[in-house]
Design a binder for this molecule. Structure first.
Ligand SMILES: [Zn+2]
Length: 102
């Protein structure tokens, strides 16, 4: 159960029906995913991935969003092959946003 559903249940005198708990949890998880997608220490920006990237932030100089190492290396493999450019760079500081390579 997610934190939101747990807190809501704690506030109520009677426990929530299981169906309501799962509806709340799914909604909270979807909102959380939407908020964290592609941000520093959030989740990978690739929709089908969205892996937690805490401690492994790769900045994509083209989309200006953050990716996990696996997706960033895959993107770099293609960008190097097609344009001879490395477009994803691993960063440790959210203020470090390298420009797109010339
Ligand atoms: Zn990824």
């Amino acid at each position: 159960m997610g934190a939101y559903a747990k807190n809501l249940q704690r506030r109520l005198r009677n426990p929530l029906p299981p169906a309501a708990v799962s509806m709340i949890r799914e909604g909270a998880e979807a909102r959380e995913k939407a908020i964290l997608k592609g941000i520093f220490d959030g989740n990978c920006n690739v929709t089908r991935c969205q892996r937690v990237i805490k401690g492994e932030n790769w900045f994509n100089t083209s989309t200006r969003a953050y990716y996990c190492g696996t997706c960033a290396r895959e993107i770099n493999r293609w960008s190097q092959r097609d344009e001879g450019k490395v477009i994803c760079v691993e960063v440790t500081d959210p203020n470090d946003k390298p420009p797109f390579p010339r």
